[in-house]
Design a protein around this ligand. Sequence first.
Ligand code: ZN
Length: 211
Amino acid sequence: MSKLYFRYGTMGSSKTARLVMDAYEYTERGEYPLPIKPVTDTRSKQGVIESRTGLSTPCLDVQKDYRIYDHVEYLIRQGIDLACVLVDEAQFLTYSQVLQLRLIVDNLNVPVMCYGLKTDFQGKLFEGSRGLFELANRFEEVKTMCRVKGCKHKAMFNVRYKNGKPTFEGDSVKVGDTKEEEDKEYYVVKCSAHFLQDYQEYEREKKSEIK
Ligand SMILES: [Zn+2]
């Protein structure tokens, strides 16, 4: 029986590197994986999944209205023995696409492995992640440490920085980097205690600005 897997974690937890390694291993065995990636912006490179470590694999880019199920069914009808579907940035899938992945597993008997973020910079589930927590069979947390110096806890949240300070307002699908660059928004992954500390500080500052 095939399964729908969700491997989730914060940014910088090497999820993409794992996906690329998975794809590589299937290919080495002479099998055919289908790596896919939801398209969220025009900035990221098209047709390729690239990890920070430099490893990459070609992929199928899918827009929000793209029928992943139809694509996989078509490949199978062409006689392709698909080993699995690998999804990067699975948090950006629509609920309907997650449902299609579930049907790929159940009707077409192809395993699907999704890698993605659990929550956005406000600590809320993404649409795709919510769907996966509802519909997947297997879950694995890809762990990484809180990046606050000296902290020994597991990172749970992606804190967005703007002008060098944590921010909790804005668009949740903004794709960013964990690289610190001046004038640019970036993310720092933190444990729950440090995330809440940042949030409280942000709220305090906002209140004092209003006064
Ligand atoms: Zn911490």
